[in-house]
Design a protein around this ligand. Structure first.
Ligand code: SF4
Length: 480
């Protein structure tokens, strides 16, 4: 039997470790784990003031580390993470915060957004004192997460955001300023920016879909409970239906509401299995294929790629032959292309063009292969219009890829500190294996009920779609 094309929610089985003592111990540990999670959610609702205090502390640290290094001299060769503020900020932003925020989405859902994000906290705070205008239609466009993710990723590469503090100030500071303006204009005490425009919203929502915990809602309890004032959900969700989904910020404010909302463990695949494949899901699949496994992969890889060097040489030869010598000039400002003559790091217009072409080409190749793989898999499985659910089987690969790519900066910053890095290569291989196995397991769950004669060609098509991504990592980590 093929997957239910009506997209009805399927079973939300809970995956548990079975202790050696047998099923009774298993049930006991399940209820202990459930109880502890429920209590954690309720504590978040009770101690909202503590969370707000924490958010202001993060805002303070964030502003110091975004702003101050932009006005300091660049660190010299002897500078170290613990003795130089610029390197410390670089390590904290790109070595810790960014890769581990991505990892946390897959482990804890969007708790980062709901509990710690300085931009979200500021946008919400300012909207309490703002104009409270209605949210315009253009702002609700479903393509913003994809577009803003792509643009910030590409601009970050052109300006070398991982290496220099000025582009950090420009891009992170600019994003925060935009979040404040949106907060001032729209909504009252909510996070319009986070819901519709944040550049990380698309990738965070996608990865949070496989988190093994969520705020579950008991519809029966909700309906039976007396009416209460609605919860002020920061990302403007209909709590009864959307608490605990990829869009939920896991802020905990609705925990215990009508005695129906509770932080609970779940199967990491349950949300994808029950997902409504609407217009928003189409954008999400595009973000998955062309964004997280396309643009981001190109951004992670161009600087290590010998093909990028070849591409640049070819364009340079053609530019010289055509007399287009302006391409070789390095007079672009730092906010457009990397420009730090004091450390001999200056991009020419040719560099900028070659980076754009390389990232664009890798995006097209990887993204198209993934979508073709999912489309063919859908045909093989007889899924019809529901083929996009199979594309979600690439979500674990997307999450692990983005973590591997971002953690390359962590490794490159730790190397000069004398840290032993012998574990890095086997860990990368183990994570890629985990991505493959998790994708396979999720695919089999999606195909549950489909005859094996259909499952095998479906799995083959999905594997062929993902193969270029695995190859790209093999080149980057072991073959180049
Ligand atoms: S549904 Fe809204 S209020 Fe409830 S945890 Fe999610 S973001 Fe917070």
């Amino acid at each position: 039997m093929a997957l239910d094309a009506s997209n009805k929610p399927m079973n939300q089985a809970i995956i548990l470790q079975v202790p050696a003592g047998g099923p009774e111990d298993s049930q006991a540990s399940e209820s202990r784990w459930r109880r502890a999670l429920g209590q954690l959610g309720d504590a978040m609702a009770r101690h909202k003031g503590v969370i707000v205090g924490l958010q202001w502390l993060v805002v303070l640290v964030y502003f110091s580390l975004v702003a101050i290094p932009a006005f300091l001299d660049l660190p010299d060769e002897d500078a170290r993470i613990l003795t130089n503020l610029t390197l410390f900020a670089q390590f904290l932003f790109w070595g810790i915060w960014w890769p581990f925020a991505m990892l946390s989405m897959m482990l804890m859902g969007r708790a980062w957004c709901g509990v710690l994000c300085p931009e979200g906290a500021l946008s919400e705070w300012v909207s309490r004192h703002g104009l409270n205008r209605a949210i315009p239609r253009w702002l609700r466009w479903g393509g913003w997460p994809f577009v803003s993710f792509g643009l910030t990723t590409v601009i970050g590469q052109l300006t070398s955001i991982y290496q220099y503090p000025k582009p950090v100030f420009l891009i992170l500071g600019g994003s925060t300023a935009a979040a404040l303006v949106v907060g001032l204009l729209y909504g009252r005490g909510v996070r319009v920016w986070c819901r519709y425009l944040c550049p990380a919203n698309g990738v965070f929502q996608l990865l949070a879909r496989i988190a093994p915990v969520h705020f579950a809602v008991s519809e029966a309890r909700w309906n039976a409970a007396p009416r209460l004032p609605a919860v002020n959900c920061p990302p403007l969700l209909d709590v009864k239906r959307q608490a605990g989904t990829g869009a939920c910020h896991n802020c905990g404010r609705c925990s215990g509401h009508r005695e129906a909302v509770r932080l609970t463990p779940r199967s990491p695949w349950s949300e994808i299995l029950g997902l409504k494949l609407d217009k928003a899901a189409r954008w999400e699949v595009l973000t998955l294929a062309y964004g997280v496994l396309g643009i981001a992969m190109g951004a992670f890889q161009w600087s290590a790629s010998p093909w990028y060097v070849q591409l640049k040489s070819r364009i340079a030869e053609a530019a010289i032959a055509q007399g287009q010598l302006w391409l070789l000039a390095d007079n672009a400002p730092w906010w457009l292309l990397t420009h730090y003559p004091e450390v001999n790091d200056v991009f020419t217009w040719l560099d900028g063009l070659a980076i754009l072409l390389y990232i664009g080409a890798e995006t097209l190749v990887l993204g198209t292969a993934l979508l073709l793989g999912a489309r063919l898999a859908g045909l093989a499985a007889g899924f019809g219009a529901s083929w996009r659910r199979l594309a979600y089987a690439y979500t674990p690969l997307a999450g692990i890829s983005v973590f591997l790519g971002l953690s390359m900066t962590t490794i490159s910053l730790l190397a000069p500190e004398g840290v032993n890095l012998a574990w890095v290569s086997p860990t990368r291989a183990a994570l890629l294996l985990l991505a493959a196995l998790a994708g396979l397991h999720l695919s089999l769950r999606i195909l549950s009920g489909t005859p094996w004669a259909r499952r095998l060609p479906t799995l083959l098509a999905l594997s062929l779609g993902a193969a270029p991504v695995f190859l790209a990592w093999a080149y980057q980590f072991w073959w180049w």
